[in-house]
Design a protein around this ligand. Structure first.
Ligand code: FMN
Ligand code: SF4
Ligand code: SF4
Length: 411
């Protein structure tokens, strides 16, 4: 297996690769974390610990499917650790002793300033390399914790100051996506002493309703609750928030650990290109196991080899400037779809979508099951390319709206 040097320095700590377990059941005890580290993960964010011990419901998960694809999105109703604080501290201490070259990040959640300070001190004493402050779990049974705190910049700042009093370690503030503007709490956390930002935690959701019983999912003795959504479906939301943080004057220099729907090396690379230096994963590990790290490492290594890139840090943030405000986009041309007739399987889906959801620009020869584009009607939206099951519609001829214009276009 091709292995490039994927090491990176993040918030003053050296990581052998950027891939970490995110805080969740995938890093719940010594045995699980040990197996993950042996499988190749660069580090772990241990399941959030606190003085509050969670009492969980059963069942606690539900999924969103589309056309029978499982786990498009994943809903969980879990809170923080179910084991005692002492047990978790002992597990983390042993992990650091047994794996000194891997990075141990302790995720903590307090209910008041004193608890945040005490927790920061305790995890520092057992040898954690970093702390992550969980300001973002959306299904805590107490409103003194979780995403209710993360939506309140003043509280975030106060609790970060408490963490800083309890520890000199670098620490991440983990943000909630259940907010319109992430810059405010992220900036408040930096003012309170946070070294970087971890984002995103789960998105508040109702993932489905059982139609027979007329109860939301999962059903807990005849009822359900709003709770956190993760997995592939949340990746676009995560990327959007990360870009927002990386382009705002107040937060653009904050180191970011990216989280949300990372399954493949391509997903991971997207987060890196938008400015993340480390990456955290839960849902895809719950579905496929720790071994996905092999694909993450090998895929990223091959990409770097192909692009002649020796250091991972040379990729960080490369796509940030290519996402610009809508008003600055070039609106001066139309690019027409080009159908490759040799590859077309004559399914007619492009015709149906263009007719019912587009601009009636594709005609359908019923006799021969052939499609063709009428350029007088086509607006170049490319809905047809997206629905084509064999992807035989590409970008073709360019027409400039101002006919006198002719210039190079990057498609
Ligand atoms: C079952 C489950 C439990 C979680 N528990 C925690 C937790 O204790 N602390 C925390 O900060 N995030 C927790 N999370 C959120 C994840 O760490 C992560 O931010 C989120 O799931 C998005 O990443 P993903 O799409 O890779 O799962 C949990 C997520 C899931 C699915
Ligand atoms: S680009 Fe849009 S308008 Fe043109 S043929 Fe395709 S779906 Fe129809
Ligand atoms: S959707 Fe694709 S395969 Fe189907 S008719 Fe259109 S071009 Fe052909």
């Amino acid at each position: 297996m091709l292995k490039k040097d994927l090491s990176i320095e993040f918030m003053g700590v050296k990581f052998e690769n950027p891939f970490l377990l995110s805080s969740s059941p995938v890093g719940n005890c010594y045995e699980m974390c040990s197996k993950a580290l042996e499988s190749g993960w660069g580090g772990i964010v241990f399941k959030t610990v606190g003085f509050f011990i969670a009492n969980e419901v059963s069942p606690r998960f539900a999924e969103l499917q589309k056309e029978r694809a499982p786990f498009v999105g994943f809903k969980n109703m879990e809170q923080i650790a179910e084991h005692s604080l002492e047990e978790n501290l002992a597990a983390m201490k042993k992990l650091k002793e047994d794996y000194p070259n891997k990075v141990l990040i302790a995720s903590i959640m307090g209910q008041n300033e004193k608890e945040w300070e005490d927790l920061a001190r305790l995890v520092t004493e057992i040898g954690a390399d970093m702390i992550e402050c969980n300001f973002s779990c959306p299904q805590m049974t107490s409103h003194a914790m979780g995403s209710d705190v993360g939506q309140n910049p003043e509280l975030v700042k106060k609790y970060c100051q408490a963490v800083r009093r309890g520890s000199n370690l670098p620490f991440l503030a983990k943000m909630t996506p259940n907010i319109g503007n992430m810059v405010e709490p992220a900036y408040a956390s930096m003012q309170g002493g946070a070294t970087g930002i971890a984002t995103i935690n789960t998105v508040k959701s109702i993932v489905g309703v059982d139609l027979e019983k007329q109860i939301g999912l999962p059903i807990v003795n005849g009822k359900s609750s709003v709770s956190g959504y993760s997995g592939k479906a949340v990746k676009p939301i995560a990327l959007r928030f990360i870009h927002e943080l990386k382009t705002n004057e107040k937060t653009k220099d904050a180191p970011i650990s990216g989280i949300g729907g990372i399954e493949t090396w391509e997903d991971a690379l997207e987060f890196i290109l938008l400015g993340c230096e480390t990456l955290q994963v839960t849902t895809s590990i719950m579905q496929y196991g720790y071994r996905i790290v092999e694909d993450l490492i090998s895929g990223l290594s091959h990409y770097m080899e192909e692009k002649n890139i020796d250091k991972l840090e040379d990729l960080v943030g490369k796509a940030i400037d290519n996402i610009i405000p809508a008003e600055d986009l070039d609106r001066g041309y139309i690019v027409y779809p080009e159908i490759n007739k040799d590859e077309c399987i004559k399914c007619g889906r492009c015709y149906i979508s263009c007719y019912d959801g587009g601009h009636q620009a594709i005609s359908w020869d019923k006799e021969n099951r052939e499609v063709s584009v009428d350029k007088d009607k086509c607006v170049g939206c490319h809905l047809c390319s997206l629905v084509c099951p064999v992807k035989c519609i590409s970008k073709g001829e360019i027409k400039f709206k101002n006919e006198n214009e002719n210039r190079e276009i990057s498609l």
